[in-house]
Write a protein that binds this ligand. Structure first.
Ligand SMILES: NC(=O)c1ccc[n+]([C@@H]2O[C@H](COP(=O)([O-])OP(=O)(O)OC[C@H]3O[C@@H](n4cnc5c(N)ncnc54)[C@H](O)[C@@H]3O)[C@@H](O)[C@H]2O)c1
Length: 344
């Protein structure tokens, strides 16, 4: 179904967005401006919201996934609530459509594996929206530690209560980003978890201190909560020869190196790009479709981070990881103010 486009060397890709709430409306905004991509339509059972996004961006708006598929799409971004990811992804894959699924991949490991199996059988691209990998600061950190011997990773992702509370806690909502980063930075798997969780104010965990050991021997730590009055996102990586510090919000990345016996060392700021992470993520998705190459964040990556997050929720200290599915329940989203289409 790829059509010839005058703006690019290759054929244009017709993409739809499923679920145009906070995240999906941003996917639609980015896709609408993409060279070589046609935003074929958006689908959301909240017809007012679908119409608002469709009319703002100049594309069709429909109320269901079936109507969107009938518009003729090559690919979709799925940004509906997580408990719907599996069924929506399977419906799209059954119609031969490539899928990008927002993080977390699904509500359970088994559901995530269903999506992977279906995409593999159909020979379609499946990518998971772990957008933090495309943060230029994260990419600068990854580059700085690429050939280093990593010893430890400490990630802080804290902030105030989100304005709209769904009934997932900080582990599924926030820590899953950093679990993915730890696996990606180390190129390894997490094999031990030591979670400490507490729900100080919310019904679900709103503080999590999570410790991990990877198969490659790296110790990692995630400090995440919804109790800090300001947002902070930092990554510290200790390697044998360097200490790298990144601020994911200000996008400043610094490395300390040249450690001397007297305790002195050198420091330098690393160059960091300024691309919008969501744009970079969607560019990678379209590229994988066009070239038939594996996407940078695979379904297996998505399942791996979800499995670890679920293991943390199980609250078992010092456990070895088994890929068991432990469902968490995501309730329908509460009533909300219509999300604006803003640059993220
Ligand atoms: N990558 C990130 O940083 C990030 C950030 C926020 C949310 N997310 C993920 O994005 C997804 C959506 O989160 P959100 O915060 O945008 O939620 P949201 O509630 O703002 O939006 C979800 C939208 O999906 C619609 N919807 C419900 N049922 C649907 C169906 N059957 N078909 C199509 N649309 C349907 C809702 O009406 C709503 O407009 C979740 O999986 C969430 O985990 C990822």
């Amino acid at each position: 179904m790829l059509q010839s486009a005058s703006t690019t060397a290759g054929p244009s890709v017709r993409v739809g967005v499923v679920g145009v709430g906070v995240m999906g409306s941003n996917h639609a905004r980015v896709l609408a401006e993409f060279p070589g991509v046609v935003l074929a339509g958006v689908a959301d059972p909240d017809r007012k919201q679908a119409h608002f996004v469709g009319s703002t961006l100049g594309c069709r708006s429909v109320g269901s996934i079936e109507e969107l598929l009938d518009c003729g799409v090559d690919a979709v971004s799925i940004a509906a609530p997580t408990h719907l990811h599996r069924d929506i992804a399977l419906a799209c894959i059954a119609r031969g459509v490539h899928v990008l699924v927002e993080k977390p991949i699904a509500s359970t490991v088994a559901e995530g594996e269903d999506i992977i199996a279906a995409a593999r059988r159909a020979g379609l691209t499946l990518m998971i929206g772990h957008v933090e990998r495309f943060n230029p600061a994260v990419q600068a950190i990854a580059e700085a530690i690429r050939s280093e011997d990593i010893l430890s990773i400490a990630i802080t992702r804290v902030g105030p209560f989100p304005p709209r509370m769904s009934n997932v806690g900080v582990v599924i909502d926030l820590a899953v980003h950093d679990i993915d980063l730890i696996c990606w930075f180390t190129g390894s798997k997490i094999i031990e978890v030591q979670p400490q969780l507490s729900n100080a104010v919310a019904e679900r965990e709103d503080i999590a201190l999570l410790q991990f050991r990877t198969a490659s021997g790296v110790l990692a730590h995630i400090n995440t909560n919804w109790l800090t009055p300001f947002k902070a996102r930092t990554v510290h990586v200790a390697t044998k020869r360097k200490y790298v510090i990144g601020d994911l919000l200000t996008r400043q990345v610094t490395e300390c190196y040249g450690f001397q016996p007297d305790g002195s060392y050198s420091m330098r700021h690393l160059s960091v790009g300024h691309a919008e992470p969501l744009r970079a993520e969607l560019t990678a998705f379209i590229k994988a479709i066009r070239e038939g190459t594996p996407p940078p964040v695979t379904g297996e990556d998505g399942v791996a981070s979800l499995a670890i997050a679920i293991q943390c929720l199980n609250g078992r200290a010092d456990t070895e990881i088994s890929p068991q599915a432990v469902p968490y329940v995501e309730a329908p989203a509460p009533r909300r103010v219509r999300p604006a289409i803003v640059k993220s």
